[in-house]
Design a protein around this ligand. Sequence first.
Ligand SMILES: [Zn+2]
Length: 285
Amino acid sequence: MIVGRFAPSPTGPLHMGSLVTALASYLDIKQRGGEWFVRFDDIDPPRQDPDAIEHILTALDAHGLASDRAVDYQSNHSQRYEAALAKLQSQCFHCSCSRRSLAGIRVYPGICRNETEPRPDTALRLRMPDREVGVDDGILGLRTFNLAEAFGDTIIRRRDGLWAYHLATAVDDGNDITHVMRGQDLFETTPIHVYLMELLNLPVPVYSHLPLLRFDDGSKLSKQTHAPAVDNTCAADNLRHVLSLLGQNPPAEPDWSVGQWLGWGTTAWQVEKVPPTLANFTKKP
Ligand SMILES: [Zn+2]
């Protein structure tokens, strides 16, 4: 069974950059005859926008991107993450370093590595071995990383008790996702996910990392850069535009419906045609 997901963090509305990821992953999975669903990576409440989930679901619906399963929420998976943590316990330590004390340090230098006793108000870090991990990406090709050099000991549970993104995502993607297609901003941390899956005996999905949609000044579309919400009243045009951005050469069919574009895209989709960089997104004056 082929399974793929679109996993937005509910920090703001769906913008054109997230529509690129949603549509590409949808078409890739549909073409393979698989199951595609929406999972909200909602494990960081302080950063979340309470209206974002409804807004994102409404936008996906307007663009015909229907989830084949009930919409999933990482906030419901605490037991799954606890079970994973129990398996990783012997390779973790408690880190009491403050964010300030580590300011300017790119790779955590192992200061607390010998702290095995649980203490309140500490983060849990996973020891990273001096070992290469390869990621054979469907778009970027094979790249290898040294875990210790590239990442250092990685936080898997935060000091405030919240789950770290890497742990939650590795556990959920390793659970039953066969194909992960997401933005290239997440490529550089993929070896952490692969290593976590290895430790947890979970199957590693096939990864493909898409180029990011950027503004003319080079910044990527995000809540922080005030990317505008997609306009649901012109969903068919948006789909055609995204197909064009993704190098799929959609025909000039001004009257096609959302369903027709998704049908065309499912048949025509070729990941090989995705360009190394996408045309910039220009803000409307
Ligand atoms: Zn520390």
